[in-house]
Design a protein around this ligand. Structure first.
Ligand SMILES: [Zn+2]
Length: 347
């Protein structure tokens, strides 16, 4: 996972990479954010950057640094097969694991869940995957022992030993108490990274011992808004092909009139559409643009390919960043239009 693939969190990513680059990584951290905001994805990108041997820096870009995605360390983290990276998450008994469940029993399922959802899966989706019916899924004392064991092991690669605890608010008291000891005696290059949604539901003793990073809330789009965004997006996309300046500036005016919050939502919406277009052209997955014009709906998804998805992604993310930073929206959307038009020609 790379930071560039996570929408709406550029400032958080910049903050995190700066800390890693300066060697001030804290042993115990908490990433707070909702599943859809990409909290788990951020943690994934974070450990990948931490381990990457060819960190990339972009002095000119809105996103200032990212992992390379190519080195063996990146590849191991990307595939979640890094021997020094362990996951702890809520579990319960199932038809297969009938007694004393722990994260160790569901490693494969969790890896699948991470990959299928790109690190954006919710706890509800996880519970569904576990198929535990109405049982309560928790992180128990056996999991705390796993944390202890994993961090005490010698690192395979000679680098960081990392344990990621997802949904620490589901730790029971016994587990939390056992974990406190580990939190109090951090050793060497160890990282205990918690990813949760609600700070209030964490035990104060845990809360006070971790460094907290808050993710941005990425606004959700209502059905009504989605309809409005779809119409606007299609109008804009058609003009991007032709680059007719007068008409294009008409759409840019409309976008600029939306207000910042709606502009951010529109950009996040567009990112989602572009990614599903890409999944359509690269992997044949279903993609519905909903322009009302069948020909356009059938044609457009094929314009987003491996040749331009990165350009499109970074153009949209930079616009999102500019809008969050109070940039002039007309200029931001005009610049975005040029970048998008260039990218679409590269399909
Ligand atoms: Zn790398």
């Amino acid at each position: 996972m790379r930071f560039k693939d996570i929408a709406g969190q550029i400032d958080v990513a910049n903050h995190l990479t700066e800390i890693i680059d300066s060697g001030r990584v804290s042993h115990a951290q908490l990433f707070l954010g909702q599943a859809e905001d990409g909290a788990l994805a951020m943690a994934w990108a974070y450990v990948q950057y931490l381990c990457c041997t060819h960190r990339q820096h972009y002095p000119e870009g809105a996103l200032r640094a990212d992992s390379c995605g190519e080195c063996p360390e990146c590849k191991r983290i990307q595939s979640l097969m890094h021997p020094d990276l362990h996951f702890i998450f809520p579990t319960a008994t199932t038809t297969r694991v009938k007694d004393k469940p722990s994260s160790d029993d569901f490693g494969e399922e969790f890896m699948e869940f991470m990959k299928e959802r790109g690190g954006r899966g919710s706890i509800e989706e996880w519970l569904q995957k576990l198929d535990i019916e109405n049982k309560q899924a928790i992180i128990n004392v056996r999991d705390a022992s796993l944390v202890e064991q994993n961090l005490a092991l010698k690192s395979y690669g000679g680098g960081w030993k990392m344990v990621l605890i997802w949904m620490p608010e589901r730790m029971n008291t016994e587990c939390a108490n056992k974990l406190l000891k580990t939190l109090e005696e951090p050793t060497g290059q160890t990282l205990l990274l918690m990813v949760g949604e609600s700070e209030e539901r964490l035990l104060p003793t845990i809360r006070s011992r971790v460094q907290t990073v808050r993710l941005n809330r990425v606004e959700r789009t209502s059905t009504e808004e989605a309809g409005m965004f779809a119409a606007l997006l299609v109008e804009w996309l058609r003009l991007l092909f032709k680059l007719r300046m007068r008409e294009l500036s008409g759409v840019v005016e409309k976008l600029a009139a939306l207000g910042r919050e709606k502009q951010r939502q529109f950009l996040a919406y567009t990112l989602g559409v572009m990614r599903s277009c890409f999944l359509h052209s690269a992997a044949g997955m279903d993609c519905h643009i909903g322009s009302g014009d069948e020909k356009f709906d059938a044609m457009f998804p094929n314009m987003v390919t491996t040749n331009n998805i990165e350009m499109i992604d970074s153009a949209l993310n930079e616009a999102l960043y500019a809008i969050s930073r109070n940039a002039n929206p007309k200029i931001a959307f005009m610049q975005l239009s040029f970048s998008m038009s260039k990218a679409l020609k590269k399909r």
